[in-house]
Design a protein around this ligand. Structure first.
Ligand code: MG
Length: 367
């Protein structure tokens, strides 16, 4: 089987809440996503998607996805999409870095492998452990009482895990964590995600200010060294996200005792193949995970569902259903949340059918 073409479309993903805000005043009103189709000489085609969280979150941006695909895709023509480790090796040899550019191609090739073998991607990623997986809800950064009201509202929709966007003024963030804590029930889980937004002295004040609250602290500062210093001065369960971008830092973090949970984002690591490697290592090392991506629509959500479904449930801290944050449907067959959980499709591949007719002219056409 050979790749004969790569096509990409730009798609806008608006939000029910109007915007999504996190640390340092960063926000996005309409997410700029890219849907990728890989076509083969057999007629089988696969789909992937990548959606950076705006241009200022990770070293990734939406136009960079399309520019990178124009550079990379011609070098993949003629290659076998079902030999995924080999394909990743070829991508890394052809384009240094830029994992987010490679993510949607890798995702589409897993979709192809599923369709060729007649198996859902979760089975190919290791096996389906459960019928559904647990989700968290990200709570956009606004005033403390309004965040508490949003948590209560999403709790009523079935969520039991909440990721507060903090990383702003430390005193306001302490108030945010305390206000939200007040509306939670036994068994709920609260994560305060600063998204690198605090300097070390600010993070130290926050963890002391909420020391009696049952809350996880996620990625308080920009660097690994700063986060490790905060970690060593708090008893809160600790999550690393932005710093965990390859296997080397995962091994170092484990050796240093730097975290209890890591967030594995598919495009941050470069696709399902590399996220599977990190996921499997975490299971071997005893590290729980949130399995997700930077953002996305129906196709990313489907990929997350397959990744999470193939992870032992005791290691799956949470995942998220990005396709519920906005009104636009870009693919049929994607998971839909039920009581704060979602299920991976039982169809071959990712189980999604993108609405290509609604996307307009392709942004990238190779082959
Ligand atoms: Mg995070």
């Amino acid at each position: 089987m050979r790749i004969i073409g790569v096509t990409a479309w730009q798609v806008d993903l608006p939000l029910h809440e109007g915007s999504y805000k996190w640390s340092g005043g960063k926000s996005v009103a309409v997410f700029d996503s890219t849907v990728v189709r890989v076509t083969t000489d057999t007629g089988i085609e696969g789909f992937g998607e990548v959606c950076p969280l705006g241009p200022a979150y990770l070293p990734a941006y939406a136009n960079g996805v399309r520019a990178g695909l124009k550079e990379l895709a011609p070098k993949l023509l003629g290659e076998d999409p079902t030999q995924l480790l080999k394909l990743n090796h070829i991508m890394d040899a052809a384009l240094k870095g830029h994992p987010y550019v490679k993510s949607a191609i890798d995702m589409a090739c897993w979709d192809i492998l599923g369709k060729v073998s007649g198996l859902p991607v979760c089975v190919l990623l290791g096996g389906r452990y459960a019928n559904d997986v647990v989700l968290y809800r990200a709570i956009s950064q606004i005033d403390p009482d309004a965040m508490a009201a949003n948590v209560a509202g999403y709790r009523a929709e079935g969520y039991r895990k909440f990721q507060l966007k903090v990383g702003g003024d430390p005193d306001t963030d302490i108030a945010r964590i305390q206000a939200v804590s007040g509306v939670l029930q036994p068994g709920d889980r609260l994560v305060a995600d600063a998204n690198t937004g605090w300097l070390q002295h600010e993070a130290m004040r926050v963890v002391r200010g909420v020391r009696d609250v049952d809350v996880y602290i996620e990625q308080p500062c920009l660097t690994y060294a700063e986060c490790l210093a905060v970690r060593r001065n708090t008893t809160h369960p600790f999550v690393l996200d932005e710093n965990i971008d390859d296997l080397g830092v995962l091994v170092k973090g484990h050796a240093d005792g730097a975290m209890d949970v890591v967030n594995l984002k598919i495009s941050k690591l470069g696709g399902l193949t590399k996220t599977k490697q990190a996921r499997d290592l975490c299971v071997s090392l005893g590290i729980a995970m949130t399995l997700e991506d930077s953002w996305g629509g129906d196709i990313v959500t489907a990929a997350i569902a397959h990744l999470a479904a193939s992870t032992p449930p005791s290691f799956q801290f949470s995942s998220t259903d990005f396709n519920s944050y906005g009104p636009r449907v870009i693919a049929d067959g994607a998971p839909k949340r039920v009581n704060g959980r979602m299920s991976a499709s039982t169809a071959p591949g990712l189980g999604v059918s993108p609405r290509l007719g609604e996307f307009g002219k392709p942004a990238v056409e190779v082959g």
